[in-house]
Design a protein around this ligand. Structure first.
Ligand code: XMP
Length: 329
């Protein structure tokens, strides 16, 4: 539509004057639609002076990093895939509090981008008198992220989104956020306008902090493996049922500090529950719990309890937003 064309052209112009004729930027790619669209707009504005950085923080879903590499290599000229899982998981050791997790993850993202910037551009962020040498960081921040992190007028913090309220105070980057006034449906329209692949444009939302905010309790490698397996089954069955576009997203949450008694075969089990959190939504500001077909819920439940040792109970969250948020942390 005309509006989407205008948004792209307006942003391309703004970014050109912001970054200048020689400036360079790195874009924090999460694998999702927001950062992909932001990167595509910036690439249009400054071409190969953009380097995209995708950070594997060890809390991505099964197969996700490989998928991102395949999908994004075709679209973005320079793509840097960084394995920072040890760095993130070490920083999260012993941490239970959701906001503390979010702040740590936000901080480690920035540290990783700073290191990438030094590697790629030789360290403009180190502080130079030359103002052409600004270190630009492109992020796919949307309007709802700003509001929920307490950045909108008259709002309080609900959660610190990793790329807004979770940023460290000593940030060395200047931010470029071309989507800061947009909602998700507008971002998707811009993505289509830019000719991005529909797998990218229609991907369900996945939070930057990843599975780390879907493990209630401390994040460990073992717990991540459990949740990854359960989540992969849930996503596979949702796709098989043809529900990917009807369901906004369906987090699977591991209640890692809870155990309950079960029975399988003729043995007692004492395992963890997972929660399915299917929702429908327009913009993630509000959401309704999705009435998943019983047969789909049944397949997911049967498969998870059969295939994932240590998970012996599957529950469904039937809370709308408000009062619940979409993610549990
Ligand atoms: P909540 O849980 O606040 O989530 O209802 C609203 C939407 O935002 C996603 N979400 C995030 N996305 N960084 C992100 O990029 C974050 O820190 C973050 N926290 C929540 C969530 O998946 C949902 O789509």
């Amino acid at each position: 539509t005309w509006t989407m064309v205008n948004i792209v052209e307006e942003q391309v112009e703004r970014i050109r004057s912001q970054i200048g004729e020689t400036g360079r930027a790195i874009c924090a790619l999460s694998g999702g639609v927001d950062s992909a669209v932001a990167a595509a707009i910036v690439q249009r504005a400054i071409g190969d002076r953009l380097t995209c950085v995708y950070v594997d923080h060890g809390m991505m879903r099964k197969g996700e990093t490989e998928q991102v590499r395949r999908d994004f290599e075709e679209v973005f000229a320079a793509l840097d895939v960084v394995d920072a899982s040890d760095q993130f998981l070490d920083a999260l050791a012993g941490v239970h509090d959701p906001e503390e997790k979010r702040k740590i993850i936000g901080r480690e993202f920035i540290r990783t981008f700073e290191a990438a910037e030094v590697r790629v551009f030789g360290g403009l962020a180190a502080g130079s008198a030359d103002d052409r040498a600004t270190a630009w960081l492109v992020q796919g921040t949307l309007y709802p992220d700003v509001v929920e992190s307490g950045g909108g007028a008259g709002t309080s913090t609900i959660k610190s989104h990793h790329n807004v309220g979770g940023l460290p105070d000593d940030l060395q980057f200047e931010l470029v956020e071309p989507l800061r006034t947009l909602f998700k449906d507008e971002v998707r329209a811009v993505g289509e306008q830019l000719g991005l692949p529909s797998t990218m444009v229609w991907r369900q939302p996945f939070p930057g902090p990843g599975l780390g905010i879907r493990i209630i309790g401390e994040v460990t490698r073992e717990r991540l493996d459990l949740l990854r397996d359960a989540d992969a089954i849930a996503r596979e069955e949702l796709t098989r049922a043809g529900l990917d576009r009807d369901i906004w997203q369906m987090p699977v949450v591991l209640l890692a500090d809870v155990r309950s008694v079960g029975v399988q075969g003729d043995g007692r089990t004492y395992g963890h529950p997972v929660v399915l959190r299917p929702v429908t939504s327009e913009d993630a500001m509000t959401a309704d719990w999705a009435r998943l077909p019983y047969d789909v819920m049944e397949r997911i439940s049967t498969r998870i309890t059969n295939e994932v040792a240590d998970i012996n109970r599957v529950t469904v969250d039937i809370t709308s937003k408000p009062p619940g948020t979409i993610e549990w942390e």
